[in-house]
Design a protein around this ligand. Structure first.
Ligand code: SAM
Length: 254
C-alpha cells in the first residue's frame, strides 16, 4: 500500500516512527546494517550514474577544491564516495573531512582511503550536532544524506554555523521526476523494482522501501530551496539532473 506524501515534515520519519530521537536511531541502525553492501547497491541500482552525479558536484566546486588553503566538510559521507570524488578533482588541494554518524560506514570509508592516496580524514559526527567549531569550512556538502536527517532546519543551521562567511553549501538529493512518461516509468522502478532488488541483495528490505518513501515525503526542490534560503543562505538555487531524479541545491552563507 502506498501512503500519501506528507511533505512539510520537520525531518525524516521512517514508517511507524513518531519523534526525532526515534527517527535518528532508526536511520543510524538501518545504515549500519546496509553498510557492507552499500557501495555495490548504489552503483548497481543507479547503473553507475551515481558516480557521474558526484563527479559533477566536484567539478562544480573545482576552484574551492583546488585551493590547498581551503577546508571542505562532506556531511553524511557514508563510505566516502563524494569526498573521494572531491579528492580526484583536486589531488593535493583542499583539506577534506568526511563525517557520518554510522561507524560501519566510516570503517569502509577509511579502508578505501587507506588503499588510495586520497588523504581524507573520516570522523564520527552527528550532522544535527556537529563537533566542529564555528566558521571553519569553505564548502559543506551532503550527498543523499540530508533527506535522512531527523530535523532539516537544525541540519541547515549546523551547516551554516560551521561555514565561513561566504562559504558554500551543496546538497545533492533524490527527487521525484516530473515528466509524464519518464516520471511514471521511474516511479515504477523506484517504488517496485528497486526495493525488491535492494532488499534481496542487502538482506534488508526495509531499508530499500524506506528509500522511495523518504523521497516521496521529502520537500520538493522548490520547497527545499525556500528552506535553505530561510536558514540564512544567499544565492540559493537548484538544478535538476537526469530527468529530475536528483537535484543539486547550492547557496552561500550570507
Ligand atoms: C544514503 S547515505 C549517503 C552516503 C554518501 N554521502 C553517498 O553519497 O553515498 C546517507 C548517509 O547519511 C548518514 N546520516 C544520516 N543521518 C545522519 C546524521 N544525523 N549525522 C550524520 N550522518 C547521518 C547515514 O549514516 C548514511 O551513511
Amino acid at each position: 500500500m502506498t501512503s500519501a506524501p506528507q511533505r512539510g515534515l520537520p525531518g525524516t520519519r521512517p514508517e511507524g516512527v513518531q519523534d526525532e530521537k526515534e527517527a535518528a536511531a532508526h536511520v543510524r541502525e538501518m545504515f549500519g546494517r546496509i553498510a557492507p553492501r552499500y557501495d555495490l547497491l548504489n552503483h548497481l541500482l543507479s547503473l553507475d550514474i551515481d558516480k557521474l552525479w558526484r563527479r559533477r558536484v566536484a567539478q562544480r566546486f573545482r576552484a574551492v577544491l583546488r585551493d590547498p588553503k581551503t577546508k571542505v566538510l562532506d556531511l553524511c559521507c557514508g563510505t566516502g564516495d563524494l569526498a573521494f570524488a572531491f579528492r580526484r578533482e583536486a589531488p593535493g588541494g583542499a583539506e577534506i573531512i568526511g563525517a557520518d554518524f554510522v561507524p560501519e560506514m566510516l570503517v569502509r570509508a577509511r579502508a578505501k582511503s587507506a588503499a588510495s592516496a586520497a588523504k581524507i580524514e573520516f570522523v564520527e559526527a552527528d550532522a544535527l550536532s556537529l563537533l566542529f567549531a564555528d566558521a571553519g569550512f569553505d564548502l559543506v556538502s551532503c550527498a543523499f544524506g540530508f533527506r535522512n536527517l531527523a530535523n532539516y532546519e537544525r541540519g541547515l543551521q549546523e551547516i551554516r554555523r560551521v561555514l565561513k562567511p561566504g562559504g558554500a553549501v551543496a546538497i545533492l538529493e533524490f527527487a521525484e521526476p516530473r515528466g509524464k512518461i519518464f516520471g511514471a516509468l521511474y516511479r515504477f522502478y523506484f517504488r517496485h523494482v528497486l526495493p525488491r532488488l535492494g532488499g534481496l541483495i542487502s538482506g534488508n528490505a526495509q531499508a530499500y522501501s524506506y528509500l522511495p518513501s523518504s523521497v516521496r515525503k521529502f520537500p520538493d526542490p522548490r520547497e527545499l530551496e525556500i528552506k535553505v534560503a530561510q536558514a540564512g543562505f544567499v544565492g540559493v538555487q537548484y538544478e535538476r539532473w537526469t530527468g529530475g531524479i536528483v537535484t543539486l541545491h547550492t547557496g552561500r552563507k550570507g
